[in-house]
Design a protein around this ligand. Structure first.
Ligand code: GDD
Ligand code: MN
Length: 386
């Protein structure tokens, strides 16, 4: 068999250039599984006429995994083993696998048959035919599941997935079974620290459409699991890094930045009152009032500017857009939100007369909520739109 290894234009349906699938399998001590999984992949993909290469990324396993691949390769020449002697670990192996892969679609799966080989054509088609950029073999989508896991393990797995939920649009971001178009991670600063390479890809990659294919995860029958108790601590550290990464979980960041902005607002107005004196404040004449408005305008400007910089860089990671146009739009949104706030408070308190004990607070919270929604959507969909 020989394959055309040229890169195909995106979305090409030219029958003579069927996109090539690179199956990347990270391994450590998986000798026994090699003669089972590799022929199975070749058979399933062959039956569906999917051109493919199989790359085993082995961390110099002492059990002879690479020799086992060498044996299988005699029958299945599109399989090969890359032996890695430095920078060992699951995620670095996958990241190096992406560099070795020559296909138009890069798929990662475990060696131990936990991931059902039968769904490979379906995952391939989700990208080639349905235009997904990322497709995940998912345990948590309808129809997916985990075989023979005790309640506690299921619960921990579910909890761990929930903690990552705001970071991604995927129900199973911890899956080790997924495929991408290479452009998704082109230039992405992937770090190999965590075991959850998919999470890393989903947070740092560029993509529009994520699809999920339901899978039933089976525990391995041969060999041993390598991911033990240290994994949990490592996972939490990884999550913290990903939550801090510019552009991830923008709503959470936006709310946090907004909170700091309120402190700036309060701080600046207090400072102005302290420096310029509050005697103007006490005056009943028009002049005194004007000063207070001036202070408020100053602190508003300071807070909006503060929010702008953090939101631009951190919340939305929108440094590529024009700064002045983003700032103008962000400012317009803030002014609109401010006017809406003033108008709603006026209607609620002065017109309807909701100024009694619980009602004033209730309406204030409601108005803050509405204004936050306006600010967030205006920022996300307009000011910092990519
Ligand atoms: N190259 C390399 N280096 N491969 C490794 C290493 C390593 O240090 N550690 C593990 N692997 C390979 C294994 O040989 C196997 O093919 C795959 O990575 C998964 O390792 P397992 O030891 O079978 O992990 P698991 O079954 O506990 O975890 C799997 O399921 C999780 C979801 O429950 C993995 O798929 C995880 O990614 C997944 O999150
Ligand atoms: Mn496993």
């Amino acid at each position: 068999m020989s394959f055309d290894l040229r890169a195909f234009p995106m979305g090409s349906v030219d029958e003579s250039k069927v996109p090539l699938l690179s199956v990347i399998i990270p391994t450590f001590n998986e000798r026994e599984n090699m003669p089972i999984i590799i022929p199975k992949i070749a058979q399933v993909l062959g039956d569906s006429s999917v051109p493919h290469e199989i790359i085993v990324m082995d961390d110099d396993s002492p059990d002879g995994t690479s020799e086992a691949v060498g044996e299988v390769q005699k029958e299945i020449p599109q399989a090969r083993c890359v032996v890695r002697k430095t920078d060992k670990g699951l995620s670095p192996a996958v990241i190096q696998g992406y560099k070795e892969a020559k296909g138009d679609i890069h798929l990662v799966m475990d060696a131990d048959l936990s991931h059902p080989v039968e769904v490979l054509p379906k995952m391939y088609n989700a990208i080639v035919k349905d235009g997904a950029d990322v497709v995940v073999g998912s345990r948590h989508t309808t129809g997916g599941g985990i075989e023979n896991w005790p309640f506690m393990r299921r619960f921990i797995s579910w909890g761990a997935a929930m903690m990552a939920r705001p970071l991604t649009p995927c129900s199973d971001p911890m899956s080790g079974f997924f495929a991408i178009r290479p452009k998704v991670i082109d230039g992405a600063p992937l770090k190999a620290k965590g075991y959850k390479i998919l999470l890393e890809v989903l947070v740092k990659g560029k993509y529009d459409k994520v699809s999920e294919v339901p899978i039933t995860f089976k525990d391995r029958e041969l060999g041993e699991s390598k991911l033990g108790s240290k994994v949990m601590v490592n996972y939490i550290q990884h999550l913290i890094q990903l939550y801090l990464f510019p552009g991830s979980a923008p709503l959470i960041k936006f709310l946090f930045v907004g909170g700091t902005g309120m402190l700036i607002d309060l701080g600046v107005i207090s400072l102005l009152l302290f420096l310029l004196g509050d005697n103007n404040f006490d005056l009943l004449g028009m002049e005194g009032l004007k000063y207070v408005y001036l202070y408020q305008a100053g602190s508003f400007l300071a807070a909006v500017t503060w929010n702008f910089f953090w939101n631009r860089y951190w919340t939305f990671n929108a440094r590529k857009g024009s700064k002045s146009s983003q700032y103008t739009k962000f400012f317009v949104v803030a002014i609109i939100a401010f006017c809406v706030r003033t108008a709603l408070m006026y209607v609620g308190v002065d017109v309807i007369g909701l100024n009694g004990e619980p009602w004033y607070q209730v309406i204030l919270i409601g108005v803050i909520f509405i204004v936050t929604v306006i600010n967030y959507l205006g920022s996300k969909l307009w000011a910092f739109k990519k």
